[in-house]
Design a protein around this ligand. Structure first.
Ligand code: GPU
Length: 810
């Protein structure tokens, strides 16, 4: 990448502005300035982008393709500047032109083609794959509308469309020449020649054009630029005649119109299945097209290509790859199957039964009939192969087609060589419970890859004040090698360092306080504990447990306004799926409780509740550096991993957590004294399931504190929640509290008291915070993707193929 000094940058910038808009800096709007800067950047890295691709091709590098129905990159301006090595120069240069870089960053819409953890993980991986020099690509859908914008009206969640493409997208490049056709619907018949070879014949249905839009994934100061390819649907020119009516066009355009806003809930809609097949088929076709350009025999394809199935949404990759090999490349079933299993790998992201994707046979037959035929044949052969070797029952439980449904996870596991979970506990549960039958069949396929986070975004970009303290204390190597954060442990008794970290935290808290004041009209004390729960709104994540504890504190303060507790600001950020009634009721109740508490002067500002609207990646970047406490309180066994837990510890927040998902590994990293663990263990939860001995109503009756708190949901203490309060009350008492909120309540309150106590001893608190930062390096997604590369994809960094000194050729 071309390095520029400040003077050169200013010249280039002014010249580009004049070329693009025929303007002077002083006349340009932030939007025009943003576009100018963006175009300067993309033309600067496009050289490297081309070169990276050429290097992979020349070296005949094996490449991986990460298929994901969600990507959640957030804004890219500053992260690209950072990775290009331009950030400081540009920031300073712009300032001399009278421009604040942050004002330009404001212009960029948050790219939100994902719902939450799963999509954000995919984007952290994209950053890390490029930054570690790995030849890996993303493959997904270019949704016209991203995740809805959340507004609160009368304290209810209201969803507005996210028209993120309205002003264009600087970072993408439309690749008309790489478009492919995808067939959907209709019927298919097989004919057989004298050799018994089957040929499919298609009837009716539609052919749509999949056009790729490529976005450069800029590696961290290593001149590598990989590709995230997102597909958009169009009507093929030759078919225009068939799509004269508005409705007919609409059925096609709808395909890549909206991201399904259901997080880990199967959308259950024909359109969703069509979306899945659309991006799977387009992606696999384009991979095969590229492979054929290499002029290698088809039997070697597994030495060149690895396809990763991110959760089950792209599981049809298995069948589509088979289809292309047998129908288009005339490969025999046996050879094709062998190659498919070698190429494919799969990650499971949840144990929640309702999220395990299944499709009805009629639905699948009508969306992608040939794919269904192939799946039927995979299933038939699976049963035949296992019969006589495994028990009848085991075969019935593991086959792909059961009760008129296609089980996508079964397809992904049977059709691949690797199945991984996303945290140690989660991967163990897959083996012992959720996918136990498959573990019996294929023990060697199972492995763990604990999630990770793109450290650079969550420190250098989001938290410059802490980053500066780190530089001054331990030098700058942590910026490239996050493991070096451990050097900080040498300073745990250094008051100067502790105070510097505290000052950085306070700066961030003041900044967030100003944002809260401006956006919610609530004044918060930056010296109060900032207690943060940010994640999708889900019953299993138990925002309700957090709320009930807040209500308990409130009732206590009402009785005794001088209660010696540290002032706290409870901060929530969460979107609920628009169709998830219960989750929306929780939002309403939290918001109403906030109105009540925030306006009650009698408690002397000891408690505040802030529910920030429209939680997204950019907002996370504001909240996380300001957090003192990180709430990770899902019912043990339910959260596959969690990743906000990692981001928060990295920024010095102290975790209060159940032993769920990656929390277990965070505890192992920091030690019991530097985290507040509470609640049922995963084993205890499973015991309850087995004995069926949980009675929430009994806790309610016997525990006065619980009863007083729960009653506020229905006794008018909290205004305006007549139906929502009742709904939540019933979920706990009448429907026996599916997520053991009441069972964990007391333990949670005790853990919260220990947090309160620890915060009072500021020096000790700061030490705990420091140890959290110091031990967060192991959760770098650089590390995670390297494990995927070595264990699953068998791909190597491109540097390995560069000259001996490791110098890149660019
Ligand atoms: N996750 Br399945 C999602 O965000 N969406 C989904 O549809 C499914 C899982 C999350 C898990 O809930 C979370 O625990 C995990 O950290 C994340 O995926 C990434 O693995």
């Amino acid at each position: 990448m071309k390095k520029m000094n400040k003077k050169e940058f200013k010249q280039c910038f002014s010249r580009r502005l004049a070329e693009k808009f025929a303007m002077e800096v002083s006349d340009a709007s932030p939007s025009e300035l943003y576009q100018t800067l963006g175009s300067l950047m993309t033309s600067a890295y496009s050289q490297d982008w081309r070169q990276t691709w050429q290097d992979y091709r020349d070296a005949e590098q094996k490449q991986s393709y990460y298929f994901s129905i969600e990507f959640l990159p957030g804004k890219m301006l500053k992260s690209n500047l950072l990775n290009m090595g331009w950030l400081e120069t540009v920031e300073a240069g712009l300032l001399e032109l009278g421009i604040q870089l942050d004002d330009l960053a404001e212009i960029e819409p948050d790219m939100a083609l994902g719902n939450g953890g799963l999509g954000r993980l995919a984007s952290c991986f994209m950053d890390s794959i490029a930054s570690t020099g790995l030849p890996g690509n993303g493959n997904g859908i270019r949704y016209e509308y991203g995740l809805f914008k959340q507004r609160f009206v009368d304290n209810y969640q209201v969803e507005l469309p996210d028209e993120w493409l309205q002003k264009g997208n600087l970072w993408e490049v439309r690749k008309e020449s790489k478009a492919v056709n995808v067939r959907l619907g209709g019927n298919v018949y097989l004919s057989s020649d004298e050799m018994g070879n089957l040929t499919p014949h298609y009837q009716d249905g539609m052919v749509v054009r999949a056009v790729p839009y490529d976005t450069g994934m800029v590696g961290y100061q290593n001149n590598i630029v990989n590709t995230m390819r997102l597909w958009s649907v169009e009507i093929p020119a030759e078919e225009e005649g068939n799509y004269r009516s508005v409705e007919a066009r609409r059925t096609v355009e709808d395909l890549t119109s909206v991201l399904y806003p259901d997080d880990s809930n199967e959308a259950g809609r024909r359109l969703r299945l069509s979306q899945e097949y659309f991006f799977v088929s387009a992606g696999v076709q384009s991979i095969l097209r590229y492979y054929k350009e290499l002029k290698q025999p088809i039997d070697k394809i597994s030495q060149y290509v690895a396809i990763h199935i991110n959760d089950t949404h792209p599981a049809m990759c298995v069948a589509e790859f088979m289809r292309l090999l047998i129908d288009e490349e005339n490969v025999s079933w046996e050879r094709a199957w062998n190659l498919t299993q070698k190429v494919m790998s799969y990650t499971n992201h949840t144990i929640m039964a309702e999220a395990l994707e299944k499709w009805s046979i009629p639905m699948m037959k009508s969306v992608c009939p040939r794919i269904y035929q192939i799946i039927e044949e995979i299933d038939r052969r699976f049963v035949a192969e296992m019969t006589g070797v495994q028990s009848f029952d085991l075969i019935q439980r593991t086959r792909i087609i059961q009760n008129d449904q296609v089980h996508m996870a079964h397809l992904a596991i049977i059709g691949s060589h690797s199945t991984n979970g996303v945290a140690k506990l989660h991967s163990d549960l897959l083996k012992s419970v959720v996918l136990h039958d498959f573990y019996e069949l294929y023990p060697a396929r199972f492995n763990n890859k604990t999630n990770g986070i793109a450290m650079r975004r969550w420190t250098q970009l989001a938290n410059p004040s802490m980053s500066k303290v780190l530089d001054e204390t331990i030098g700058k190597t942590w910026r490239k090698t996050p493991g070096d954060l451990r050097l900080l442990l040498n300073y745990e008794n250094d008051d100067q360092v502790l105070n510097n970290l505290a000052a950085a935290k306070l700066t961030n808290k003041k900044r967030l306080a100003a944002y809260i004041q401006e956006n919610c009209g609530v004044e918060v004390n930056p010296h109060a504990i900032f207690d943060v729960q940010i994640k999708r709104l889900h019953a299993y994540k138990r925002q309700l447990l957090n709320l009930l504890h807040i209500i308990k504190l409130y009732l206590e303060l009402k009785e005794n306004p001088d209660l010696p507790i540290e002032p706290r600001v409870f901060i929530f950020g969460a979107k609920a799926a628009p169709s998830y009634h219960y989750a929306k009721s929780i939002i309403k109740v939290i918001n109403e409780t906030a109105s009540l508490i925030n306006n009650d002067d009698s408690i002397h500002n000891k408690l505040k509740i802030v529910f920030l609207e429209n939680y997204n990646v950019s907002l996370a970047e504001r909240i996380i550096p300001a957090a003192d406490v990180s709430e990770q309180i899902s019912l043990a066994s339910k959260e596959a991993s969690g990743t906000s837990n990692m981001k928060l510890m990295l920024n010095g927040a102290v975790t209060i957590a159940t032993l769920d998902g990656a929390n277990v590994e965070i505890r192992d990293a920091v030690g019991d004294d530097n985290i507040a663990i509470f609640g049922l263990t995963e084993e205890e939860v499973y015991q309850y399931y087995e004995n069926k001995t949980y009675h929430a109503a009994a806790i309610y009756e016997q525990d006065n504190v619980v009863r007083r708190v729960i009653d506020t949901l229905i006794d008018g203490t909290i205004p305006n929640i007549h139906s929502e309060g009742q709904e939540i009350f019933d979920s706990l008492i009448k429907y026996n509290d599916e997520y053991f909120v009441l069972r964990d309540f007391e333990a949670y309150c005790i853990a919260q008291m220990s947090i309160d106590k620890a915060y009072k001893y500021q020096r000790r608190w700061l030490q705990i915070s420091l140890r959290n930062i110091a031990n967060a390096g192991r959760f770098s997604s650089d590390h995670t993707v390297q494990r995927y590369a070595e264990d699953i994809w068998q791909i190597e960094p491109v540097f390995a193929h560069k000259d001996d000194r490791g110098v890149t050729k660019h």
